[in-house]
Design a protein around this ligand. Structure first.
Ligand code: PEP
Ligand code: MG
Length: 844
């Protein structure tokens, strides 16, 4: 028979997957000799069996009863005793950290009789009644689903019990074993609560893991002034600075600190209040960090001067902190460079590339709160999470709350930032915002909210819902109105990690950039060239559009050429700017791609009948599959001729000015047939020969159509390079319109679980990836030296970058801001391949 329960001091083989993060942390701490309350873990196997059977788990009750007996022996107290009862907490703990998403219940085992016993055995009636009131409320909310608002922290035991009876129609259960059984079931059930499901979808956590349940002897931080409870980090989770960092509350129980109902005190103050416990805590934290070789996030309780650790886990941290820790820990000899690179989550790096307030702008700070999560954002005030979820889709909003709870998660996700009046740096709002990389200011005491009147007061300002504010989560400042922001830069530690990543990676990283400014930014972030310069943006600029329209509306080729002659100098100037910004590095320029009707006015705006006719003539029912890409260049070669000439002239001009010839790569879009590229190559070669016979360049194609991927062998005969345009290749391989799918059926597919990931964001490796693999193989067979890259959006998505590494591409190309992320992901691909990226995480 499967065994479902393990004491903390018993070895088990299942590790984190079986015991959950909290359970494995408690077991390891117990085995390391760290002061941890006694208890046991009910495994994730039990939870899965419970969820699968719809309630029954054979043998579980008996096993729990046995372990309760052992706990009674160990503590010398009896569970359900009316004089000196053993009290326990029942805590969730999945293998993957899901902060606040599932339930915990404290003080299980108290009833009307034993509360009097607890008073007598502790001599502290306030304490005993406080414990019982908490049990009734937590049990009521979690087990019987009584709404949180029905209770208040000011309730007495009698009042809490009366509310319980009113809401459930039953008295509060007096039997300790019934309390325990129902509490365990409630924790199992909380795995499938809608907020937990939503969280799992957001972070791609599988639904079938289940949670473990930890049954832990209660220790009390609420036994008076000599008791306390808190959370602490072995380094600062916002900045990564060395030195312990945390918060605590005197005379309180664990949930008070994280729930953000009372604003906690900085941990350093505990030294004066409870010096011995403080010193022991600091020592223990250092030992834990050495043991796990990573930053730890711990929960502790001091009961009448005695320290207990209730949890340790690898600390969630901002990207800046992750980088600083990795670099510092390498210097401290705790980890190697490879591990430092492996530890940074590339998708988190976006945070570092977040905007900050422009300090040169004039603004007045209306209030200060805690700097809970970095970044700056402006938006309209919204006072509840549902409204934030709705309005946040259309415009930036700042969710303003007393505090947030796990139910607010979807609203927080849609907000540009979060501002709370209560709560500390470890409050729900702070932790969740940091995880999402959104700015958050918490514990802003000078904030008052009137949810009835839909108004807020920030400092001396009285505002309504819908008014604009700005928050700076890096410093805790709150400002009325909008403040300009500046883009971020890469600091020294970040640079160090990226250099280590560069030493490891094989893939080159280029950027998609259409303007000299973007090209310069890309270079600053370490791009090794431009993988895609889309020329249509140059056509759309305001001063050029009228000429482009004239070109399209022209009666004949002569008319088109006349208009194109006027566009040519603009094009040349654009290319010169880009070549200069990327001197010494390759630049891939893609010739005009979108359907011409995209440049046309609407029929109703036509000025005459001829124009109206021409607009109608150019109309296509499905322009994405119509006259676009190289089909344009083949039908109206004069357009591409002008572009190739402009490229050649720009390259020559830049070479004459700077001495160095740009590395030009001319790319033809949407090729499906060899003959298309053969003709375009001929055109390209003829014009390059005419304009710049000395210039070396490459001529290649995008692979954006399934046919092109399948016939890559013959296309390679006339191509120097392939660049996978996975935006179009996804669209054409899946038959899903990239403009229409997202927000329509694709959203439904993702919500309903038909698809796990949005294929326009994360490469569909099985389908689109297979086509790429075929193209690589067939292309290289014809031409082993053919250069291969990717320039669709997937080129900046970590798992897709890893795939590109595996199939042997030469480079990935992505937007400038994602270049650092791609550099790191490319290095991690090497580490994964060599199996060098694993490291053991602590806790959950
Ligand atoms: C692509 O299709 O992947 C691509 C990069 O081109 P565009 O997005 O401009 O169609
Ligand atoms: Mg494309």
């Amino acid at each position: 028979m499967t065994r479902y329960v393990y004491d903390f001091d018993e070895p088990s083989d299942g590790g984190r997957d079986l015991l959950g993060g909290k359970g494995i942390g408690l077991a390891e701490m117990t085995q390391l000799g760290i002061p941890v309350p006694a208890g046991f873990t009910i495994t994730t196997d039990a939870c899965r069996a419970y969820l699968a059977s719809g309630g029954e788990v054979e043998g579980l009750d008996e096993e729990v009863a046995e372990h309760i007996e052992r706990l009674e022996k160990h503590t010398g107290k009896r569970f359900g005793d009316s004089e000196d009862p053993l009290l326990i907490s029942v805590r969730s703990g999945a293998a993957v950290s899901m902060p606040g998403m599932m339930d915990s219940i404290l003080n299980v085992g108290l009833n009307d009789d034993s509360v009097a016993g607890l008073t007598r055995s502790t001599g502290n009636e306030d304490f005993a009644r406080d414990c019982y009131r908490r049990l009734i409320q937590m049990f009521g909310e979690t087990v019987d689903e009584i709404p949180h608002e029905s209770f208040s922290v000011d309730d007495t035991v009698d009042r809490a019990r009366a509310i319980y009876e009113r809401e459930t129609g039953r008295g509060f259960p007096q039997d300790a074993r019934e309390q325990l059984r129902r509490a365990i079931t409630a924790v199992f059930d909380s795995w499938n609560s809608s907020r937990a499901q939503f969280y799992r979808r957001t972070y791609d956590i599988p639904d079938d893991l289940g949670t473990a349940v930890n049954v832990v002897q209660m220790v009390f931080g609420n036994k008076g002034e000599g008791s306390a409870t808190g959370v602490a980090f072995t380094r600062d989770p916002s900045t990564g600075e060395q030195g312990v960092y945390g918060e605590y509350l005197v005379n309180a129980q664990g949930e008070d600190v994280v729930a953000g109902v009372r604003t906690p005190l900085p941990l350093a103050e505990l030294r004066d209040r409870l010096p011995e416990a403080y010193d022991q805590l600091i020592e223990t934290m250092a030992a834990l960090e050495r043991h796990y070789r990573d930053m730890q996030d711990i929960e502790f309780t001091v009961e009448e001067g005695k320290l207990y650790l209730l949890q340790t886990r690898t600390a969630k941290r901002t990207a800046a902190a992750a980088i600083k820790c990795a670099v510092d820990m390498t210097a401290e000899g705790l980890i190697e460079r490879d591990e430092a690179v492996a530890r940074i989550d590339p998708s988190q790096l976006d945070q570092l590339l977040h905007p900050r307030l422009d300090e040169r702008a004039e603004f007045e700070v209306a209030a200060h709160g805690l700097n809970a999560s970095p970044g700056a954002a402006s938006g309209k005030i919204v006072l509840d999470a549902d409204a934030a979820e709705e309005r946040g889709k259309g415009e930036p909003v700042i969710l303003v709350r007393w505090e947030t709870s796990p139910d607010d998660f979807p609203g927080m996700k849609q907000s540009a930032g979060v501002l709370t009046a209560h709560g500390g740096l470890t409050s729900h709002a702070a932790v969740v915002a940091r995880g999402m990389g959104k700015p958050c200011v918490a514990g802003c005491e000078d904030l008052d909210i009137d949810t009835g009147a839909r108004t807020v007061r920030i400092g001396s300002h009285h505002l309504r819902e819908g008014d604009v504010i700005t928050i700076d989560g890096g410093t805790g400042r709150v400002i009325v109105g909008e403040v300009p922001v500046v883009p971020p830069a890469i600091n020294e530690d970040f640079e160090t990690i990226l250099e280590w990543a560069d030493d490891l990676r094989r893939l080159k990283v280029r950027a998609n950039a259409d303007t000299p400014d973007e090209a310069a930014k890309a270079r600053e972030f370490g791009a090794q060239g431009i993988g895609l310069c889309r020329t249509e943006h140059m056509f759309r600029q305001e001063d050029r559009l009228p000429v482009v329209r004239e070109m399209i509306l022209a009666r004949d080729e002569a008319g088109r050429r006349e208009a194109l002659d006027r566009i040519a100098p603009f094009q040349q100037a654009d290319f010169e700017g880009i070549f200069e910004a990327m001197a010494g590095l390759p630049v891939t320029i893609r010739l005009l791609d979108p359907p011409l009707n995209e440049f046309l006015p609407e029929e109703k705006d036509a000025t005459d009948e001829r124009m109206r006719r021409r607009i109608r003539q150019l109309h296509e029912d499905n322009p994405m599959l119509g006259t676009r890409g190289c089909r344009l260049g083949i039908q109206w070669p004069e357009i591409y001729e002008m572009q190739v000439r402009a490229i050649a002239r720009a390259a020559k001009a830049v070479q004459e000015r700077g001495g160095e010839a740009p590395l030009v790569e001319i790319m033809h879009p949407l090729v499906g047939f060899r003959e298309e590229l053969r003709r375009l190559r001929e055109l390209t070669e003829r014009l390059m020969e005419e304009e710049a016979p000395e210039l070396e360049y490459l001529c290649g194609t995008m692979i954006e159509l399934p046919r092109a991927a399948l016939r890559a062998g013959e296309i390679a005969e006339v191509a120097d390079f392939f660049s996978f345009g996975t935006n179009d290749l996804t669209q054409t391989a899946l038959g899903m319109s990239r403009d229409d799918a997202e927000g329509k059926f694709l959203t439904f597919y993702l919500e309903d679980g038909v698809l796990e990931r949005n294929p326009f964001e994360v490469l569909d490796q099985d389908g689109v990836g297979e086509l790429m693999r075929i193209a690589v193989e067939r292309g290289r067979e014809t031409k082993p030296e053919i250069k291969l890259g990717i320039c669709g959006e997937h080129g900046g998505e970590p798992t897709s970058v890893e795939f590109c590494h595996r199939i042997g591409l030469d480079y990935v190309s992505c937007s400038p801001y994602r270049v650092p992320l791609a550099r790191l992901a490319a290095a991690q691909a090497v580490l994964h391949e060599a199996n060098r990226a694993e490291y053991v995480q602590a806790g959950g």
